[in-house]
Ligand binder design. Structure first.
Ligand SMILES: Nc1ncnc2c1ncn2[C@@H]1O[C@H](COP(=O)(O)OP(=O)(O)O)[C@@H](O)[C@H]1O
Ligand SMILES: [Mg+2]
Length: 245
């Protein structure tokens, strides 16, 4: 398929079947610290040099903090705003200046529309769904979300919507986000033995793609991501049976 946006993360594009179809809205879910922000930022950062402009809207942490933690992972900005970060403080100041109503659904759509139509952005991350709910205090979250997702899709921009899953929670999407989204990527910490924790990733859903269904190991060496098969002892034994005589 020609209109795929690759993540350019080693191992991830293979499991996705090539990349993410342009214009998809993809949920990236996981408990705190599972590198959701890093994954979305990295994908946009990797694509910026290939002409895809990325906008990161942080409703959660301040932009400087995000920028410095990404810089520590080698994604330095060099002053050219390779990924443009719009944080809550900036949005609040703008809202105050324009004295517009605090309709957060409309605000997000206005920002996305301007980003696409005037500034030629092609990728967007919104961090996070929960922060959006907290700010917006919606009367009818399901209906609002349906409207927000549909309008975003109409714009043709490829969107990562980060979803923070509380530790221990079994509920991934309380307003049907998983049904409305085109794709869903889950990140999870898995305890291995008594002391180790491994980060794993699973593509739960990706419309139009023949993606791998299982869990994969995610590693970040401080410079690059690597997504690879989980090598358990059992699987190795199954994968490499004794060769018959
Ligand atoms: N090699 C590494 N493996 C895991 N986490 C790392 C590594 N290097 C740095 N971190 C840090 O782990 C933190 C969690 O990543 P982040 O993307 O913010 O997670 P989330 O958005 O899911 O809460 C970040 O501060 C990140 O910089
Ligand atoms: Mg985060």
């Amino acid at each position: 398929m020609e209109d795929l946006i690759p993540t350019r993360i080693e191992g991830l594009d293979q499991l996705l079947g090539g990349g993410i179809p342009r214009g998809h809205l993809v949920l990236v879910c996981g408990t705190p610290g599972t590198m959701k922000s890093t994954l979305c930022y990295t994908t946009m950062y990797n694509n910026a040099v290939h002409g895809q402009k990325g906008l990161y809207i942080s409703l959660e942490q301040d932009g400087e903090h995000l920028r410095s933690s990404m810089a520590k992972l080698g994604m330095t900005d060099n002053g050219d705003n390779r990924v443009y970060i719009l944080d809550l403080g900036m949005i609040r100041r703008e809202l105050a200046e324009r004295e517009v109503t605090k309709d957060w659904t409309r605000m997000l759509l206005d920002v996305a529309r301007q980003a696409v139509q005037e500034d030629r952005y092609t990728m967007l991350t919104i961090d996070s769904l929960e922060a959006f709910y907290a700010l917006a205090s919606l009367d009818n979250p399901r209906r609002e979300l349906f409207h927000l997702f549909n309008e975003m899709k109409e714009l043709g921009i490829t969107v990562f919507f980060i979803s923070e899953v509380p530790i221990g929670s079994k509920v991934l999407a309380k307003n049907g986000e998983d049904f409305l989204a085109d794709g869903m990527i889950m990140l999870q910490h898995v305890e291995v033995g008594e002391t180790d924790v491994q980060l794993r990733l699973r593509c739960v859903k990706m419309r139009q793609m023949d993606h791998a269904p299982g869990w994969f190991a995610v590693h970040h060496d401080g410079e690059r991501f690597l997504v690879s098969q989980v090598l358990s002892r059992r699987r190795r034994m199954v994968a490499e049976p004794d060769t018959p005589e």
